[in-house]
Design a protein around this ligand. Sequence first.
Ligand code: SF4
Length: 381
Amino acid sequence: MLDLQTNTSNNDNTLQKVRALYGYSQSEISENLKDYDIPLKQNSMRTKQLWNWIFLKGIKEFSDIRNMPKDLLNELSNDYTLKRNSVSTEQRSADGTIKWLLGLSNNGLSTPNEIETVFIPEEKRGTLCVSSQIGCTLNCSFCHTGTQKLIRNLTTEEIVSQLLIAKDRLNDWHGSEPDKLRKITNIVMMGMGEPLYNFEAVKKALLIMTDCDGLALSKRRVTLSTSGIVPFMERVGTEIGVSLAVSLHSAKDDVRDILVPINKKYPLKELIKACENYPKLKNSSKITFEYVMLKDINDSIEDAKDLAKLLRNIPSKINLIPFNPWPGNNYQCSDMEQIKKFSELLNNDGFSCPIRKPRGQDIMAACGQLKSETVRLRKRN
Ligand code: SF4
């Protein structure tokens, strides 16, 4: 770990008492503006101006807007805010990964709820791993977050705020470094929580992030990862249109029942059918299957063959994830030799099957390791 900073933001730790305007779509902002004394013919221009300042320039105060009437900006600042959630902690890994612990409102209680957001820089892209819930209900047995009980779903503004905070801290706003490419190019909804158990808020947040007049992330570069909540999977394709990843981890129901217990409700047969019918597959995209490599649990050559058979009708990419141990878990990571053999078999069978390089291990930011710092500290005391 390179450094650890605490209380690095001046923002109100208990979040905003008024609503954050960045949690609204363009059409909702246009509707909201009808509450103010603005000629109807100016509504669309004012909406665009606000959208521009919020999502291209990243302003945090209405008073920073220079091309709108002062009276209107004063009124807006009474009703809405542009402030972000607070950053309680920032940790930087030796490999460049950054993890932020964010404080969220806790219905007026003094201790804020907290979530984690992780930035993973790579040579040709920068990926932000975003959370959708505080805690999780699904108890996947290899996942550290799964040991933290669900506190609540995040709101749209809290999901969007994670991207805005990351852009603030990376100085990644339009015009800030005109010669450089954007630092955040990809979003993965793979942080804390099951995004499809918070479908409406996640959908709205992703549509705001991909709106081409503002943050403009390409839908191909935004991935929603689910543990397999079958009834919502088609809606991800038709209503959001982003890429889909499935936390698979085994091609056998009896093993998956233990690793991903939601499998008992939506077993592999239903999950695979939902994947085969995923609407975006018609546009030559692939579904990514996440497969954590656990020694003697799911890593045999037989397991690899079963996996190839299971996915034979789905355009797939299979990400092999070497298991990241965390305190108190019962699993071991498969040997690298075995992971390579597993990958080779699937590659030879025509699948794209990369082995994911572990990132941010020294700050517990790697896949499956996210868990609120405060919970850990509370347990230690
Ligand atoms: S893997 Fe995802 S769905 Fe499963 S417990 Fe962890 S956060 Fe929840």
